[in-house]
Design a protein around this ligand. Structure first.
Ligand code: GDP
Length: 428
């Protein structure tokens, strides 16, 4: 395989930079650049000088031997001093000695081609690298550990058995065996469908892990929304004023609660207004409310707000240092901080839910594949129960099998694979 090279660490000033090479020439190029002339035990870091042509750096070198490397090929890594110029110098020298610059995601693509990881594991790794919360890292790590691919393969194995049953059904249509086989196939398909349902049920939590839980903080002007946003964030994000109608646009801020990202929006106070800009702010506030996963409503005395249906609401009694409300489930003061931590706990419980912590179905691509597999498995089940010709329901079984295979990549289209790896950075 052609030798590729790239800077694997982020660009800019830093303590250490890592330059990675993979391919048939990786070890020879690294040895030409590195001062150590003796034996290299694979996976061991050796200190020494790195010759970059224009300058020399003191760093470390490690060689990984195929197939026991990230890509499954011979890999060499230099750990040099951080900073743009040194890393570029090491990379430039490797290229001058015969390596070529790697494309975005090319290391991971090679790992995939060489069977070191599945497509969903690569997506999990991407999820971890781009994570904005601990929950996203956890979910990505589960994918990276092949959790979903293993489950997909388990279900594929059952479908394969069903297909074998369909063949028996097809070969001996007049015999009793056929009825028994059909019953077995039906039972197996029911098991597959309920496993798919379990996975699909994770998606609403998975989407929240990936995109964050959207919380709209709403209420009348001056209810204390901006102050509450600031108190939840722990810094002054929104402008607080005793003048009603100060927040005219959406003000956003993110806070991690038990490792899950919550995207909070402070909205314009809801009231009748003649002011054109305020009216637009109120329209945006209503949109934010409709698009939210959870509404935090700062309720005032005697107020019965008109809220969108189907979205959970937490009614908060604000400014509890001044007055206490009895018709709200939680009281909060943004001035003294009372109730703020308890509100965060409530946001977590209502907006996410502790039982969702192990969710790993967060990619729309995986969700679509599982839904298609379920649709086909259901259609096959109907065929089996209605006594259709085995040839007919066997088609549905094959489609369900193929849909599941797109998760690991086994049956994924080339353009899908291409798109996944192109999202990675150069050096990954
Ligand atoms: P918004 O219009 O709903 O965003 O309300 P603000 O957060 O701008 O607050 C309106 C007024 O109420 C400001 O003068 C704040 O200082 C005051 N305020 C907000 N929260 C509290 C609170 O918890 N306690 C007290 N005493 N005053 C508050």
């Amino acid at each position: 395989m052609e030798t590729i090279a790239a800077i694997a660490t982020a660009q800019g000033k830093g303590g250490v930079s890592v330059i990675r090479m993979s391919g048939d020439g990786a070890h020879a190029i690294a040895r030409k650049m590195f001062s150590r002339k003796g034996e290299f035990v694979p996976n061991m870091l050796y200190p020494g000088t790195i010759d970059c042509g224009a300058f020399t750096d003191y760093g470390m070198c490690v060689l990984f031997r195929a197939p026991r490397s990230f890509t499954g090929e011979d890999v060499a890594e230099f750990h040099c001093h951080g900073g743009t110029e040194i890393a570029r110098g090491v990379l430039g020298r490797a290229i001058a000695l015969g390596a070529r610059l790697a494309e975005a995601g090319e290391f991971t693509r090679r790992a995939y081609i060489n069977g070191k990881l599945s497509l969903s594991a690569a997506e999990g790794m991407g999820e971890m690298i781009g994570a904005e919360s601990a929950a996203q890292v956890r979910a990505g790590y589960l994918l990276y550990g092949e959790t979903l691919t293993k489950e997909g393969k388990r279900l594929q194995a059952i479908l394969r058995e069903c297909l074998a049953g369909a063949d028996a059904d097809f070969d001996f249509p007049e015999e009793d065996l056929s009825v028994e086989t059909r019953e077995e196939v039906a039972a197996s398909l029911c098991a597959v469908i309920s496993s798919l349902d379990l996975l699909l049920g994770q998606y609403s939590a998975g989407k929240k892990i990936k995109a964050g839980v959207r919380v709209a903080i709403c209420g009348r002007p001056n209810a204390g929304k901006s102050s509450l946003l600031n108190a939840l964030l722990g810094y002054d994000r929104a402008i607080v004023s005793s003048r009603a109608g100060t927040t005219r646009d959406i003000v956003e801020g993110s806070v991690e609660i038990r490792g899950v990202l919550f995207r909070l929006t402070d909205t314009a106070g809801l009231r009748e207004s003649e002011d054109e800009i305020e009216q637009e702010g109120i329209r945006r506030a209503e949109n934010a409310m409709r698009g939210a996963d959870l509404i935090v409503y700062l309720k005032e005395e005697g107020e019965s707000p008109d809220l969108p249906e189907g979205i959970p609401v937490i009614f908060v009694g604000a400014k509890c240092d001044l007055h206490r409300r009895t018709d709200c489930e939680i009281s909060v003061s943004s001035v003294t901080g009372e109730g703020v931590e308890a509100l965060k706990e409530l946001l977590y419980a209502r907006g996410f839910g502790a039982e969702n912590d192990g969710a790993f179905l967060l990619e729309a691509r995986h969700y679509d594949a599982l839904r298609e597999a379920k649709r086909c498995a259901e259609s096959a089940l109907t065929g089996v129960r209605e006594g259709l010709f085995a040839e007919l329901y066997a088609e549905d079984l094959k489609r369900a099998y193929t849909a599941l295979g797109t998760i690991s990549g086994e049956t994924a289209a080339e353009n899908v694979i291409e798109e996944i790896f192109s999202k990675f950075c150069v050096g990954k």
